[in-house]
Each structure stands twice: as C-alpha cells, then as structure tokens.
Design a protein around this ligand. Structure first.
Ligand SMILES: [Zn+2]
Length: 268
C-alpha cells in the first residue's frame, strides 16, 4: 500500500540529513485504469505512474500557462472582470456568470471570460509595446510544449479563441510533461500563484511542512472521439512537492479532487 505520509517523511528526512544519494523508498499509488499520476518531492526526481506519459487535452490547466505569461502583470495591476456568462461570441462554462472576479477568483473558479478579456488586453499591449511578431514569439515560448504542430505558421498572433484557455484540444499535455513544466525554475512564479490563490486547508504531515496547505488547480477537458465525455485534471503541490493527476473520465472539480485526495491521503 502506497503511503504518502511515509513517502514524504522519508524524503524530507533525506533532505534534512543532507544525504540526497539515499533514495526514498516508495511503492506505487493505487491507480485505476486509465489514470496517470506524476509526483516530485522537490528533489528533482519525477516519479510517474499509470498513464503518466499519455497526452490529452489539458483543459483549464491552460490558465496556469497564462499565469506564467501575465500573472504578475495582472496581479500587480489588480485586474477585475464581471462575468455575465456571455460576452460577444464567447460563453463561459458557467452560463449564469461568475460575477465580479479578480485574478485569484478567476483562477479558482476557472472563469474563461475573465481570462479571455485579460488576454485580449495583453495582446493589444504586447503589439503596442514590441510589435506583433515579438508578441507571437513571446506566446509561443510558453505554449510551444503544448501545441505540437497545431499552431498555424506565420508571424501574427493567433486569433483569440476559448481554445487558448483550455476549451477543445488545441493545447495538450500529459501528467509527467506538465509536472516537468511546473518544475522548471522559471515556473516558480506559477507555483507561487498556486500557493497564493489556490491553497486549501487540507493539511497532512504538518510537522514536516509547517502549516502550509496543498494548492490544487483543477481542469475539465474534452475526450477526443467522445463528445459526450470529459476528462479531469488536477495539478498542485505543497511545500516543494508537486503533483499532476489525469483521470480518463470525469470533471476536475469533483472527480479530480476526490481522487487526488484519496491518492495523497488528505483529510478535510
Ligand atoms: Zn465566468
């Protein structure tokens, strides 16, 4: 039986004793068919289980890419948006609308319209500040690992569509690939935003990590070839640990959170 308490304890003990060559022993978590899970304990090692290398549409994890690009700008400017459920040709997944949101609430509740509005502003600002070709290069730098060859060639910014905030299957990743992305040093800010905006009060091994709670970003994504189905994503972390989970079916907020809590052994 995989026990995250022992696993984290073993790893933290290793770090505290400054003996990084002694590997933390662990057994695989009990995953269901089709699930993929990847974890790092902050030691640079990635442990991948189940379908951790299988690529799928990334859903709202795409909003973390935007936090990498614009999070500090939006946060320092204190952007706000009032989501009424529709805006022009765009609709939010929450047809009732999210009401007034700031960056933290838009990220927590995955408000597509708020992100689209702020992205539209960002695109206009980039074009003015350094021209369209450089603006596109800036976007490609962050999005390339998730685009495959699906970005039309050229020097223009791609048209702004809900695909850029995780609708459809333009942006794809796997649990392991997304974990490795989050682990890159220049993504530290994304993790900081997660801790700041998405942390919960689920506390485990408190004596090792202090009072810091887990943060989780959930996502719901389409299932290619099955229009009636959705799949679920959860990315998150605590302290220097990071995890990414994908379920072949389900919605991130419900099924994804239930499973990550089971897998990590978290209590309410
Ligand atoms: Zn909304």
């Amino acid at each position: 039986m995989w026990n995250p308490r022992l696993l984290l304890a073993a790893s933290m003990a290793t770090l505290l004793l400054a003996a990084p060559s002694a590997p933390a022993t662990m057994q695989a978590p009990a995953l269901r068919p089709g699930e993929g899970f990847a974890i790092t304990l902050g030691d640079g090692e990635v442990r991948a289980y189940g379908e951790a290398r299988k690529e799928a549409p990334m859903g709202s994890l795409a909003k973390l890419l935007w936090m990498r690009l614009e999070g500090s700008e939006w946060s320092s400017r204190g952007v706000r948006y009032t989501c009424k459920g529709t805006a022009g040709s765009f609709t939010c997944w929450n047809h009732e609308g999210h009401g007034r949101v700031d960056v933290g609430k838009a990220l927590r509740e995955s408000c597509n319209l708020a992100f689209l509005a702020w992205i539209q502003d960002a695109h206009a600002r980039w074009k003015t500040d350094y021209g369209e070709a450089a603006a596109r290069a800036r976007m490609e730098e962050v999005f390339a690992p998730f685009l495959g060859s699906r970005l039309p060639p050229g020097e223009a910014l791609p048209p702004l569509t809900p695909a850029w905030v995780g609708d459809g299957d333009l942006l794809r990743t796997s649990p392991e690939a997304f974990l490795r992305w989050l682990m890159e040093p220049d993504k530290a800010e994304v993790v900081t935003f997660g801790k700041r905006f998405l942390a919960s009060f689920w506390v485990e091994v408190q004596d090792l990590f202090g009072k810091e709670g887990w943060w989780f970003k959930t996502g719901t994504a389409p299932v290619p070839g099955d229009p009636s189905a959705t799949s679920a994503w959860v990315a998150g972390g605590r302290g220097s640990a990071l995890v990414v989970l994908h379920l072949p079916r389900g919605r991130g907020k419900q099924e994804g959170m239930t499973r990550i809590r089971e897998i990590l052994g978290l209590k309410d």
